[in-house]
Write a protein that binds this ligand. Structure first.
Ligand code: SAH
Length: 416
């Protein structure tokens, strides 16, 4: 199957960008109706050729003056029509080629984590490890797979023996698949984890992260169970927490930043999240680390409401961590998202003591660093005593590609 690209899409592929959107297909990928033509049936020229492809089919990419740009996999349903796997004239795009890429991703990590202090990390970061769409997170003896888009689902069965072997050699016993939960089903409380290989998967387990125990809810938690991308930043918060009297962790989820602050020597840590189950998990994590949760506060509330009330009470904090869910799921949502960050940061600054530290995070790739910093400027924070002490992002087990800016989503700004 051959897919002919527009000049713009071809240039992006040459730069190493791993995605071809439907409108990057010459002759109107937008007009493609994948369901209408049966597989193997002769297709017309241009974008129409792609209309015959099914999700997971190998496609060869070409453009004006470039008979072979590379190979990718077709996705019949996603806005991203092709994920690009190969640019050079490699012999084939088959499960051997994918297994080699995966082995490379796993082997890199062998040298990064010692397996004692940190037992949870990302084994494969999809596009960033040049295995587009495939994310694999390790939680000690369990690996959890997440697929973005539908093109790798037909490959999974063939890849599983390779995965079981490569991961088994590294001490992983069980492999699970995180189901894609459609927003429409609203099944937030239902189980999202399917068993693929090995002993049954536990619903919950404890892992270690830079020496700190952390409960992970594999069955019902967010992402593949935990936000592994904040590991280094949690360690940073631990280092910042010494001698702080009152710490506020907004959008605290399973309490990763909270327990880091408590272990770092903070007096009292207040965790705020709208989900009560998250607090239950956080409290088990506190106990596992020998910290009495009764000495700290866990507030089930909307963060904006909480800040309003805290200000009214005159509460002040000398360390605030603010790590909200993505406010900008799309480019279109950007202006509204920036407004939400601004409102949030204004409210946060009102409860931040003089001399306090603010850690502000954003996990949206559509918000560029400078745009995010603009939501932390003097006008927004209504004060002029803070400076940007440090800017951090995601850890090394979440690699990206130079051309794949979408992969660099995490921003973690420390103001003091
Ligand atoms: N900081 C966390 C990850 C945060 S995920 C970590 O490092 O692990 C976002 C969290 O925000 C979720 O737990 C969700 O329940 C919570 N949340 C979403 N909207 C909220 C709101 N308006 N107020 C409070 N919590 C909210």
């Amino acid at each position: 199957m051959r897919v002919h690209l527009t000049a713009t899409a071809a240039a992006a592929v040459r730069r190493g960008h791993p995605w071809v959107y439907r409108d990057g297909i010459a002759g109107g990928g937008n007009a493609a109706h994948p369901g209408e033509r049966r597989r193997g049936e002769r297709a017309p020229r241009g974008g129409g050729a792609a209309a015959a492809a099914a999700s997971g089919d190998v496609v060869e990419l070409s453009a004006e003056g470039a008979p072979f740009l590379g190979r990718g996999l077709w996705d019949a349903d996603s806005a991203i029509a092709v994920r690009v796997f190969q640019r050079a004239q490699a012999p084939a795009l088959d499960e051997r080629a994918l297994a080699e890429r995966l082995e490379r991703a796993f082997a890199l990590r062998d040298g990064w984590f010692d397996g004692r202090d940190t037992t949870a990390y990302r084994l494969c970061n999809g596009e960033g490890d040049r295995v587009p769409s495939l994310v694999i997170d390790r939680y000690d003896r369990v690996a959890v797979i997440r697929l973005d888009g539908g093109m790798l689902a037909p490959w999974l069965e063939r890849l599983l023996p390779h995965l079981a072997r490569a991961l088994g050699a590294r001490g992983v016993r069980s492999i699970g698949l995180r189901a894609r939960v459609s927003a429409a089903s609203g099944d937030a409380e239902g189980k999202k984890l399917a068993h693929l290989h090995g002993p049954p998967l536990p619903d919950r387990l404890f892992v270690r992260e830079t020496g700190v125990a952390m409960e992970v809810d594999l069955a019902r938690g967010q992402k593949t169970g935990a936000f592994l991308d904040q590991r280094d930043n949690r360690a940073r918060v631990r280092a910042l927490a010494g001698g702080r009297r009152r710490v506020l962790n907004l959008f605290s989820y399973a309490g990763g930043f909270s327990v880091a602050a408590a272990l770092g020597g903070a007096g009292r840590v207040t965790s705020v999240d709208s989900a009560p189950a998250a607090h239950a998990s956080a409290q088990r994590t506190f106990r596992e680390n020998g910290v009495d949760p009764a000495a700290h506060d866990f507030v089930t509330a909307d963060a904006f409401d909480f800040l309003e009330k805290a200000r009214g009470r005159g509460d002040r904090y000398d360390l605030v961590i603010c790590d909200p869910p993505s406010f900008a799921p799309s480019e279109r949502a950007k202006p509204r998202a920036l407004g939400a960050y601004r409102r949030l940061h204004t409210a946060v600054a009102r409860v931040l003591d003089r001399g306090g530290v603010l850690c502000a995070a954003s996990c949206s790739s559509h918000i560029a660093m400078e745009d995010f910093l603009a939501t932390l400027d003097d006008a927004t924070l209504e004060r002029d005593d803070l400076r940007v002490r440090a800017i951090h992002g995601q850890p090394e087990d979440h690699p990206t590609l130079p051309a794949w800016w979408e992969g660099r989503y995490l921003k973690f700004v420390v103001l003091e």
